[in-house]
Design a protein around this ligand. Structure first.
Ligand SMILES: [Zn+2]
Length: 342
């Protein structure tokens, strides 16, 4: 039977319901655990996050969300489990790593591809390790990433791709782990890289060389900068497109401008027959582990987007362009159930 693996156990895939595929229970860059400004209280944070998620469940019918936070960016298995208990939101956690310019700790850069793949498989089948403890909480998907911090495109590497050497090993490990477990893989690509290459296809080349199934791969951040023909090329390879940053400005002056651009692309892809390969999410930070706000490091809209924005603002904009309730249900219920199923 096809299942979806939440941190509190497996559910039948058809019980996933309305699902968001890329969110963050807690988002915090590596190193913040040594910052006096960043000490947090487990119960308070769990309660604050659960309150917002409960509203997502009760007011908007969101049943499941994927916490796509890799371990070195603040993934906290016990917090995720506690939030699921308190909110009733079914939460899928991730193994894997972020891009090497912001993540992949030195320890893991020295490990072989198979060693990394074994860690991913143990996260997915036995439970994730946290702070010198085994936990019973299992991951249900794999996160991989490429790209720098922008605004310039990521430089090309010796391998001819914009994929760093440590990222290449993590991506290959993800491909091997995916082949063993049959789970989904979800990715971070840098929007500006679409001006010089198709970073999603670069990743697919590496994943498929390791035997991964492209129909279980979700390409993230693909709607911010790319052209229609680049999105079509990803679909033609069998992979899925994630529309994220709904209600969150990135590379555009306002969230509204990005919504307008994304809804146009969604409708054009739907007309071309790619509705089965589209997924929606916010990329919301339910808790942002960070120091004080400064001019150099202002607050990010990822922490502020209302949990109902997709339904109150984005869906009506889509409906005006002919993308109705049936299409919305297909993208929010049928597609994630198929892609996330193990
Ligand atoms: Zn994210």
């Amino acid at each position: 039977m096809a299942i979806i693996r939440t941190v509190l156990g497996d559910i039948a895939a058809d019980r996933a319901g309305l699902t968001l595929t890329h969110e963050h229970v807690r988002y915090a860059y590596s190193g913040c655990e040594y910052d006096h400004h960043n000490v947090w209280e487990f119960n308070d944070v769990a309660e604050t996050i659960a309150r917002v998620m409960k509203s997502g469940v009760a007011d908007y019918g969101i049943k499941t969300l994927v916490d796509l936070t890799p371990p070195e960016i603040g993934r906290h298995p016990e917090l995720i489990a506690e939030v699921q208990r308190r909110s009733g939101m079914q939460i899928v956690a991730a193994t894997g790593f972020y891009a090497e310019r912001m993540g992949i700790p030195f320890y893991w850069r020295r490990k072989s591809i198979d060693y990394i793949a074994d860690m991913m498989v143990r996260d997915l089948t036995e439970g994730m390790v946290y702070d010198n403890r085994f936990t019973p909480y299992r991951a249900g998907t794999i996160k991989i990433a490429t790209g720098g911090m922008g605004p310039e495109p990521t430089p090309q590497e010796k391998n001819g791709r914009r994929i760093g050497p440590a990222e290449d090993r993590v991506i290959r490990a993800a491909g091997r782990a995916q082949k063993r477990i049959g789970c989904s893989i979800n990715t971070h690509t840098l929007p500006i890289d679409y001006s010089v290459t198709n970073p999603a296809l670069e990743m697919l080349d590496v994943l498929e060389a390791e035997g991964a199934d492209p129909s279980k791969v979700i390409m993230g951040h693909v709607f911010i900068k790319p052209q229609l023909d680049q999105l079509k090329a990803i679909c033609e390879r069998g992979a899925n497109l994630q529309i994220d940053h709904i209600g969150i400005k990135w590379y555009t002056p306002t969230a509204d401008a990005l919504d307008e651009q994304m809804t146009d692309l969604i409708c054009r892809l739907t007309d071309l027959g790619y509705l089965d390969q589209i997924l929606f999410s916010y990329d919301r930070f339910f808790h942002h582990g960070r120091g004080p706000m400064t001019d150099e490091e202002p607050d990010q809209d990822n922490t502020k987007v209302p949990i109902g924005y997709l339904f109150d603002n984005f869906a009506p904009r889509l409906a005006k362009k002919g993308f109705g309730k049936d299409e919305l249900r297909h993208v929010l219920v049928d597609n994630p159930r198929r892609v996330l199923a193990i």
